[in-house]
Design a binder for this molecule. Structure first.
Ligand SMILES: [Zn+2]
Length: 355
């Protein structure tokens, strides 16, 4: 096995090395860089890249990458490390925080208030955000055979962990199925997003949406860890018995229940709950706490996205509901390790105007 060369650093087979992507100086002359950890195996295999924190306030993905590098105890080189550098086939490029300064500012965007995830493939001579996109794209995306981009909902909402992928791209769907969430949502990704741009450039990319922003939520983090390891097992990078759900829903369109009146929101459900059409899923109250309005589910299905912000205006989205029968969702929850998950295509035509 040969060494892996990354940004002028040589990574020997069976080792993991920290490397920096230099971005130039900040306002106080401080060096700015993106930390990258490269694990290079002792056997041939693909190059898989993980990116998190491209939105600086979305932290669950950051924790997913932490656990994959150093295990649950966060101590280097101990028993609980999930990926043995010696047994690894191929190379894993980990980028735990792309948007370092956005993270420090506790915000989604870079300091120039631009969304880096709309600026790919970036510009070498562009503005500060375009340069971050460019540095990541050239150093990481161009080197990777596959990419998993880790996200969460904004602070005002939360998401049941699910994968987003372009259903028209076979390689993306292969990764999405291997990842192993119950729900896979179809979208090609916004223009300029890392996922769309990388996929079109020849690096099939999927995206994980898990939990909310500004938090390490261990349930969401663990779904990300398991999913990445499932993908690595599928690609032959590690030896692993993949845990796949008994049922998965391939969702082209889903419908948001919306508030018809403003007020202060009390949710009666959680993500992952199954609800029946007409079931009361939230209350809206006046400033004294008296109920003024009730929100009913427009669908029988599963809550995949949910509003967390109690402040509601008429028209605000409250719950994203994916069509599914109660029996099917119960089966999906109770059985794992299915070799060939039962798949159901969900295309909620009435949700057309929700996009
Ligand atoms: Zn995001």
């Amino acid at each position: 096995m040969e060494s892996f060369h990354f940004e002028g650093v040589e990574i020997a087979p069976g080792s993991g090395v920290e490397v920096s992507l230099e971005l130039g100086e900040g306002p106080t002359g401080n060096p700015r860089s993106i930390p990258v950890y490269v694990m290079h195996g002792t056997k041939p295999g693909p190059v898989l890249a993980l990116t998190a924190g491209i939105h600086g306030d979305e932290l669950n993905g950051v924790s997913v990458v932490h656990h994959l590098i150093h295990g649950d105890d966060h101590v280097a080189g101990t028993e609980d490390d999930r990926i043995s550098r010696e047994d690894l086939a191929g190379t894993l490029i980990c980028v735990p925080v792309v948007n370092i300064e956005g993270m420090l500012l506790e915000q989604r965007e870079a300091p120039d208030h631009k969304d880096i995830n709309r600026l790919f493939p970036g510009k070498k001579q562009g503005n500060q955000s375009q340069r971050i996109a460019y540095a990541l794209f050239q150093a990481v995306v161009k080197r990777a055979d596959y990419l998993i981009d880790l996200h969460s909902a904004p602070l005002s909402r939360t998401n049941l962990p699910h994968v987003r992928a372009n259903f028209e791209k076979d390689k993306c769907m292969e990764l999405a199925r291997a990842f192993g969430t119950h729900i896979i949502l179809h979208s090609s990704g916004p223009k300029g997003s890392l996922r769309r741009t990388a996929t079109n450039d020849g690096t099939p990319t999927i995206l994980l949406e898990a939990g909310t922003a500004h938090r390490f939520e261990m349930e969401a983090v663990h779904s990300g860890i398991e999913g990445v390891l499932n993908v690595m097992g599928h690609l032959g990078m590690i030896v692993r018995e993949n845990r796949l759900p008994a049922v998965r829903l391939l969702v082209r369109r889903s419908k948001w229940a919306r508030a018809e009146a403003g007020g202060l929101l009390y949710s009666l459900v959680d993500v992952g709950d199954h609800v029946k059409k007409g079931q009361e899923i939230a209350l809206v109250t006046d400033p004294l706490g008296e109920q003024t309005h009730s929100i009913e589910s427009p669908r029988t299905g599963v809550i995949v996205g949910l509003a967390l912000n109690p402040l509601v205006r008429a028209g605000d989205p409250i719950a994203n509901i994916v069509l599914c029968s109660a029996a099917k969702w119960k089966r999906a929850q109770s059985e794992m390790n299915a070799e060939n998950p039962e798949e159901e295509a969900v295309d909620d035509e009435e949700a057309l105007d929700d996009a």
